[in-house]
Write a new protein. Structure first.
Length: 433
RNA sequence: GUGGGUGUAGCUCAGCUGGUAGAGCGCUGCGUUGUGGUCGCAGAUGCCGCGGGUUCAAGUCCCGUCACUCACCCCA
């Protein structure tokens, strides 16, 4: 029988690396919860039209990267390529936009883009994202950015930077767009780039090829063409970022691939990841909600790439985050000891102590080896001798010390807990020094 | 979607100019009594990605294919 492989470009996370993946996802979302964002659980597929209208038909994402199919009711369905459009749809459908504002939400889960896979670029990718809807207050802009910054720092990441700019609004961007197109028409560009200049001229500014970049040195920038309100807003955001303690780079040529962004736009970049260096990004969107049939509300949000953030942690040598799978490993010696060991296991788990048991009636030697592989700091041994004396042997795996404890559940669990507390305190001390 | 690289034990990889496979780590066992992590000894494990071709002979050369990977592009 031939083995079956995963679909192209779809990653598996298996132990021990899956522990780090889970840890990264937890830390990123913890940062959102800490800032008053509420969890929203959304479907992984939506009506295709949602993304066409929300993300924009001129984007690469919609034009060539969506997983679209027809379901049994002949409806066009698409696996979500990003999170914001789905959140907007759910907010409108559940009338959250009619309630108290701003609506602050966070989400996490898989997204799908049919791109050519690469290191850090997968067809199923994982994001943690937030959206704050219904306020144009610059505090929200700064908070959202600070929240992402804090999320990365909580993992210990230091070697990343934040690119920041303002893309203007419906009032000032069209005029700038014309100005830029006028400039681009004087440049010597290839056919593809010329077409891009028609559809989305801002993206040409981001071209990495030297031949193109050289011609664009004197190109007009959005940042110099902001209208009065946009300029004021951007100034405020930067001022507040100082207070939040966030540092950034001015990145006037930065462009995002989704059409809906206006005003504040940002991207977190990790230079050690090669071509796929964006570990998270987002920005403000003014017209999106109305475009999808909701209220005229502005919002701002981001998506943080869990896959790439994990790669960044690995690049900075922060992994593995933890090698400990369980706290206690229980070893029964002899068939007669199995049942008392199981009831011990039950008591440990009920007390919230992560515990596992040695199976297959292994010899003490190989059982200890198995214990060692779990990285459990404590081992409980129960054999004929212990049964005779109504005791259990507890062994500290780091020091090798062991002692005999009473087998009365309550005192035994208390003693195990005390041992764990001491070990945890010591490891914490070590980490700090 | 376009171009380059790689594909050998569970993992990381070696295998020169073609002669039917190796290391380290890991794994299993042993070093006599109920003790792991160190050390020593022994052992198991390979459709050499898949399909075809050249050749007396292919892991080694050629073609195709798939997967991974790097860059472009795009983005998380």
């Amino acid at each position: 029988m031939g083995a079956i492989n995963a679909p192209k470009g779809v990653p598996d996370y298996v132990p021990p690396r899956s522990r780090d993946f889970y840890f990264v996802q937890e830390r990123l979302s913890a940062s959102a919860r800490l800032s008053g964002y509420e969890y929203i659980e959304l479907p992984v597929f939506e009506a295709t039209e949602l993304f066409e209208r929300g993300v924009g038909t001129s984007t690469d994402v919609v034009q060539k990267e969506m997983y679209t199919f027809t379901d049994r009711g002949d409806r066009s369905i698409t696996l979500r390529p990003e999170g914001t459009a789905g959140v907007m749809r759910a907010v409108i459908e559940n009338r959250l936009d009619k309630g108290s504002l701003p609506v602050k939400l966070w989400y996490r889960g898989p997204f799908f883009r049919a791109e050519r896979p690469q290191h850090g670029r997968y067809r199923q990718l994982q994001q943690v994202g937030v959206e704050a809807i219904g306020s144009v207050d610059s505090i929200i802009d700064a908070e959202v950015i600070a929240l992402a910054d804090q999320a990365y720092r909580s993992l210990g990441l230091t070697n990343f930077h934040l690119d920041l700019t303002s893309l203007g609004c419906a009032r000032c961007r069209p005029a700038y767009r014309l100005k830029l197109q006028e400039f681009l028409s004087t440049c010597d560009l290839d056919q593809d780039t010329r077409e891009r200049a028609e559809v989305n001229p801002l993206r040409v500014l981001d071209d990495k090829r030297e031949i193109v970049a050289a011609q664009l040195i004197n190109a007009p920038l959005m940042i110099d063409s902001l209208c009065e309100p946009c300029q004021q807003h951007y100034d405020q955001v930067r001022e507040l970022l100082h207070i939040f303690g966030v540092r950034w780079n001015e990145a006037p040529r930065m462009v995002r691939g989704l059409d809906y962004y206006t005003r504040t736009t940002f991207e977190f970049v990790h230079p050690d990841l090669g071509a796929q260096s964006g570990i998270g990004g987002g920005g403000r969107y003014d017209g999106l909600m109305a475009e999808l049939g909701g209220s005229e509300l502005s919002g701002i949000g981001f998506g943080l790439g869990v896959d790439r953030t994990l790669l960044a942690c690995e690049a900075e040598g922060l992994t593995p985050f933890s090698s400990r799978i369980i706290d206690v490993f229980v070893i029964p010696l002899g068939v007669e000891s199995r049942e008392p060991c199981i009831s011990l296991l039950v008591h440990l788990r009920a007390a919230g102590i992560a515990a596992d048991i040695c199976v297959d009636n292994r010899s003490i030697k190989s059982a200890m080896k198995a214990a060692n592989n779990t990285n459990a700091p404590l081992v409980l041994i129960l054999g004929p001798d212990e049964r005779a004396s109504r005791s259990v042997v507890i062994k500290n795996m780091a020091s090798g010390e062991q002692q005999s404890l009473s087998n009365e559940p309550r005192t035994l669990i208390a003693a195990v807990q005390e041992n764990l507390d001491t070990i945890n305190r010591d490891t914490k001390k070590e980490e700090q020094s």
